[in-house]
Each structure stands twice: as structure tokens, then as C-alpha cells.
Design a protein around this ligand. Structure first.
Ligand code: NAP
Length: 596
């Protein structure tokens, strides 16, 4: 083991532990911004890509480096912008009341983005001259310090996410860290050519800027998946380019690092693309299964690792190397097709973790310590979020990856639905009468609220009720919706102060004293079968105990089941009334009746 590798491994492990410590303090409220923040930070692969694109190796190495610069800068710019957009929405009641005017309102965004592009182009010409003036001055010591400072700023940035109050400030520090690392890398002694680097930066910033500013909040899951695929593509291309550059003359350590980089990068690239396609409904969301699927997938994985093992001892065998890359790409694709669209959040989180590992492997290949640190942080964050999601759903990661969940349960759902009893429906006018006599209302949002885009209507209704002196609270289940923290982001977008949002543990004891539980498009997270029915696939999942409220009103379109594909016992409870229809339309009808 070389001393550099030893140091790298120590850094990787320590950064992982530190990441675990810092990230486990991020409240569920901020889990979606956490995902995009770590995603932006893992765009640090940009600095390795810049060195490869600018080292003047020419040929495929420069082309791959250029593509990797464009992909990584898309992640950096897009990731930080969308994180900031989300964090800006999280305001306390006091902040809402103070009506603080934001310096950057969003309308001027295209102008700012255009100016940034102009600055990058002007910076290129200025920089060419500056490099000429500096001649062969050795700036590598300064560069090392800038990387150390950047790493510290990234960790402080993540620490800021432990509270919505400090989150934006923290992210500003992380952005500063990224800027320092990128500008510092321009002075890297190996960089001699800047055209492709700047062009990649301009393209990546334009694409990332567009995505970060204009992607709707409901499309955050697919944007996250897409940027994981871009990060992984960058790592894979740099791995291949380094393999080509060394003409197969690689030591065991370097070959192992390149192997891991291209294998994890390759499978994350295709896997994340599939996940994004399923979430965007470009691909069928239902799990695609066939006989012997898990066995054949495991065989492909074993073959890929076999190739890697062979290459460690015979690195010059380039056909084996390219076969390994192809198998990794195929494995990523096959890994995701049997997983239903609704399980994609766990998959995205896991792929986030893999993208971090690919980034760290790239750090080992280029012996770039800051990449090892951010890769390890990203890996830990993705892993932790996956575990939290699985725990909140009472499922194992193996069940998510190999269980084809949506398919099996949907088939079982049909017959159970009929034998339970009477379902009472209610009209908007009657809901009004009930609300009139209520003193406390708990709103329970779920995936249906996101589908209907009903968050603004929900927030308006809450305001009307509060004006009438009714105590209104929001109950947020950790896996309501399709992303960790999904509901928090949507409600923040609709100007709901975060201090009105209550976690499951906080709100459950309160349901017994609640007059009305208003369930808006939530289903599984309210199903009492999770508590009472041992044969239910939901059994053991902690739920929001809405059935303990005095009355329950459910807004949904039909009696169709939710994500788990199981019938909800709640709807047969005599205290429960169904306001059927699209949640947004139902709320509009409710407002109309409120006015009359
Ligand atoms: P859910 O159980 O999937 O139910 C959503 C309900 O919304 C459906 O029953 C649907 O009924 C209704 N709906 C859909 N479109 C609607 C519209 N336009 N207007 C009104 N209602 C509409 O959602 P959930 O209660 O939020 O639970 C989340 C589920 O996702 C859990 O099972 C959880 O384990 C899983 N999950 C979550 C995450 C995460 O990180 N959040 C990750 C992975 C899995 P109709 O079709 O009848 O309208």
C-alpha cells in the first residue's frame, strides 16, 4: 500500500463518520434539500474533470474530460440553485409575518445567468493572459490550502442544514467552498489548456442554471435522479480516459481504483437514467419482472467483478476492461427495471450513495483528497436517507431492490376492497358545516396533494380556518409523498410556515383531542391496518393515527389504493367521510361553498 493510498483511505473513513454525524442531525423537514445539496457538492468531480480536460493529453482524454466538466458543472450549478430555491421557501411564522423582501426574487434570474455566462467567457480571455504573466510559478501549495478550506466549508454547509434557520447560510459557505476549489484548480500545475474547460463550464452552467431555476418542485425527484446520472457519467468517462492514457500500464492500486470508478459509475449512470425516466413517466412505472431475474442479475454482477479481479492482475487486457464497463452499464439498467416507480425514491437515494462512491473512487484515481471527502459525504448521506426511508416504510433495502413491491401488492388489492363495510361520502356543503363547529383541525397531506398540486388550496383553506379561530396543524409522515421531506417542500412552496408542520411523533398524541382530521391525498400513511392487521404488507409501519380524531374527512378521487396497493380500513370507519374528486377541485368546491 502506498502512503498516499493509506492517507486516502483514512480520509475516506473519517469523512464517512463525520458525514454520518452531521447528516443524521438534519431534520426530516430538510431531507429533500439535503439530497440536492449533497448532489451539488458531489459535483466536486468537476475539479478532477477540469484537470483531465485541461492537461493537454489530447484525443479521447480531452473529449471525455470536456464532457465530464459539462456534466459536473450542471450538477454544481443546478444543485445549488434548486437547494437555495427550496430553502428560501422554508420560513417560520415570524419570518412570514415580517414579510422580508428577498434580494433575489427570481424574475431577474435569466439576466443573472446570462451575466454569469458572459463573465465565464471574459474570464477565459483574462485568465489566458494571467497564466502567461504567471509563467511557470508553482502555485500547488496555495492550491492545497484552498482545497483544505473548501472541505471545511462543505462540512459547515452540511451542518447548517441541521436547522432551516441556518440552512441558507450554510449553503452559502458550501457554495463559497466550491468556488474556491474550482478557481484554485485553474492554477493546477497539470493544467495547460483552458479552452475545453471553459466551454464545458459555460455549457454545464447554462444547463444546470436552467434546471435549477425552472424545474417545478414536483419534478425534484426526477431532477435528482438525472443529476446522479450526470455525476456518474463524469466519473465513468474520467475512469475510461485515465485507463486509455496509461495504455494499460497500471499498478494494482490504480487499476482497482479505476475499476471501482467505472463499475460504480457505469451502473449508477444507467440506473439513475432509468429511475429518472420512470419518475417522469417516460418509461412504464410498473415493475418489469421475469423468471430467474435476480439470479441473472447477480450473475452479471459477479461477471463484472470477475473482470475487475482479472484486470487488477492483467491491466493491459483492454477488451476485458471494455467488457467490464459494458456489463456495469447493463447491470444498472437491469437493477432498476424490476423496481416500481413508487419505490424510486429509495433507489434514488441508494444511487446517490453509489454516485458518492464513484466520486470518491475518482478521488483515489486522481489522488484528489477533496473528492475523496465529498464522495464519502455524499455516499453516507444517500445511505442514511435510504435506511431512514426503509425504516419508515417498515421494509428492508433488499425487499425494495428485489421485491418488485408495486406489482405483487397491486394484484392482491382488488378482492379485499369489497368485504369491509359501508363507505360514507360527503358533499362540500356538509364539510363546511362540520368545519364550522370544529375547534381543532389537523391537515394530513399525502402523495395525492402533490399530484393534484393542491398545496396552495390547502394553505388557503388553513388560513381561512385560522381566521375563524380554529387551531390548525399539519401532520407530516416521514414517507408521505414520494421523496423524503416531499410534503415539507410543497407546503413551504405554498407559504406554510414550518412551525405549523408537526412530525408523526409530535402529532400522534394530539389526534385524540382533534375535532377533524382532514386527509388530503394521503392513504397508506393513515392506514390502521399497519397497526392491527398482521397479514397486511403495511403491518408494522408507523402511521399517522387519524382514526383517533373525532371526525375524518378524506379528499381523494376514488376508492383506489395508494402506493402499497392495499385497501385502507380507515375508509370504512363510521367516523370517516369521503369527499371524492381531484383534491384541488374539491378544495375549490369547498371554497365556493364557504363563500355562499
Ligand atoms: P399513497 O398511499 O400513495 O396514496 C396517495 C393517494 O392519493 C392515492 O390513494 C390516490 O387515490 C390519491 N390521489 C392521487 N391523485 C390524486 C388527486 N389528483 N387528487 C386527490 N387524491 C389523489 O400516498 P401517501 O399516503 O402519501 O403514502 C406514501 C406512500 O409512498 C407510502 O406507502 C410510502 O411507503 C411510499 N413511499 C414513500 C417514499 C418517500 O420518501 N416519501 C419513498 C418510497 C415509497 P385516488 O387514486 O383514489 O385519488
Amino acid at each position: 500500500m502506498t502512503p498516499e493510498l493509506e492517507t486516502g483511505l483514512y480520509i475516506f473513513i473519517l469523512a464517512g463518520f463525520l458525514g454520518y454525524h452531521v447528516i443524521s442531525r438534519v431534520p426530516p423537514l430538510l431531507h429533500t434539500p439535503l439530497m440536492s445539496a449533497t448532489n451539488a457538492m458531489s459535483g466536486i468531480s468537476l475539479i478532477g474533470s477540469m484537470v483531465v480536460a485541461g492537461a493537454g493529453h489530447g484525443g479521447l482524454s480531452t473529449v471525455f474530460g470536456f464532457i465530464a466538466v459539462a456534466c459536473s458543472s450542471t450538477n454544481v450549478v443546478g444543485g445549488f440553485l434548486i437547494t437555495d430555491r427550496m430553502l428560501k421557501m422554508f420560513k417560520s411564522e415570524q419570518e412570514h409575518a415580517s414579510q422580508a423582501v428577498s434580494f433575489f426574487r427570481g424574475k431577474e434570474a435569466p439576466i443573472v445567468l446570462g451575466a454569469l455566462m458572459g463573465l465565464l467567457v471574459a474570464g477565459f480571455f483574462w485568465f489566458e493572459n494571467l497564466r502567461g504573466l504567471l509563467g511557470h510559478a508553482d502555485l500547488s501549495e496555495g492550491l492545497k490550502f484552498s482545497y483544505i478550506l473548501s472541505a471545511a466549508l462543505f462540512i459547515l454547509g452540511l451542518k447548517g442544514l441541521s436547522s432551516p434557520k441556518y440552512a441558507r447560510r450554510g449553503m452559502f459557505l458550501a457554495e463559497l467552498g466550491m468556488l474556491m476549489a474550482v478557481v484554485g484548480t485553474l492554477f493546477h500545475p497539470a493544467m495547460v489548456e483552458f479552452r475545453w474547460v471553459f466551454l464545458g463550464l459555460v455549457i454545464g452552467s447554462a444547463v444546470g442554471g436552467g434546471m435549477g431555476l425552472y424545474v417545478p418542485m414536483t419534478a425534484v425527484p426526477q431532477r435528482t435522479a438525472l443529476s446522479h446520472s450526470l455525476g456518474a457519467l463524469a466519473a465513468t468517462l474520467i475512469g475510461v480516459s485515465e485507463y486509455i492514457r496509461h495504455h494499460g500500464e497500471l499498478g494494482k492500486v490504480l487499476m482497482t481504483a479505476i475499476g471501482f470508478e467505472v463499475v460504480i459509475g457505469g451502473l449508477t449512470f444507467t440506473g439513475s437514467l432509468m429511475a429518472a425516466g420512470k419518475l417522469q413517466e417516460l418509461l412504464p412505472g410498473a415493475p418489469i419482472t421475469y423468471r430467474g431475474q435476480n439470479v441473472s442479475n447477480l450473475a452479471i454482477l459477479a461477471l463484472t467483478l470477475g473482470c475487475l479481479g482479472f484486470l487488477i492482475f492483467s491491466p493491459w487486457a483492454s477488451p476485458v476492461f471494455y467488457t467490464m464497463v459494458g456489463l456495469a452499464l447493463l447491470f444498472g439498467f437491469l437493477l432498476v427495471i424490476p423496481i416500481g416507480a413508487a419505490d424510486m425514491p429509495v433507489v434514488i437515494s441508494l444511487l446517490n450513495s453509489y454516485a458518492g462512491l464513484a466520486d470518491a473512487a475518482m478521488g483515489f484515481v486522481l489522488m484528489n483528497k477533496i473528492q475523496i471527502i465529498t464522495g464519502s459525504l455524499d455516499g453516507t448521506s444517500g445511505f442514511l436517507l435510504s435506511i431512514l426511508m426503509c425504516r419508515a416504510m417498515n421494509r428492508s433495502a433488499l425487499n425494495v431492490l428485489f421485491g418488485a413491491f408495486g406489482k405483487v401488492e397491486a394484484e392482491e388489492a382488488g378482492p379485499a376492497a369489497e368485504a369491509k363495510g359501508t363507505v360514507r361520502s360527503i358533499a362540500p356543503d356538509e364539510v363546511n358545516v362540520l368545519l364550522d363547529s370544529a375547534r381543532s383541525v389537523v391537515i394530513v397531506p399525502g402523495y395525492g396533494m402533490a399530484v393534484a398540486q393542491a398545496q396552495h388550496g390547502v394553505s388557503e383553506l388553513a388560513k381561512v380556518l385560522m381566521k375563524r379561530g380554529i387551531d390548525v396543524k399539519y401532520a407530516i409522515h416521514p414517507v408521505a409523498g414520494r421523496m423524503p421531506g416531499h410534503m415539507n417542500v410543497l407546503l413551504a412552496e405554498a407559504n406554510v410556515p414550518y412551525d405549523q408542520l408537526y412530525s408523526m411523533e409530535q402529532i400522534n398524541p394530539y389526534f385524540g383531542a382533534t375535532d377533524i382530521a382532514l386527509v388530503v391525498g394521503a392513504n397508506d400513511v393513515t392506514n390502521p391496518a399497519a397497526r392491527n392487521n398482521k397479514s397486511s404488507p403495511l403491518y408494522g409501519m408507523p402511521i399517522l393515527e387519524v382514526d383517533r380524531a373525532r371526525s375524518i374527512i378524506v379528499l381523494k378521487r376514488s376508492m383506489r389504493p395508494g402506493f402499497a396497493g392495499v385497501d385502507n380500513e380507515l375508509y370504512y370507519n363510521p367516523k370517516c367521510m369521503m369527499l371524492f374528486g381531484d383534491a384541488k377541485e374539491s378544495l375549490n368546491r369547498l371554497f365556493a361553498s364557504l363563500k355562499t
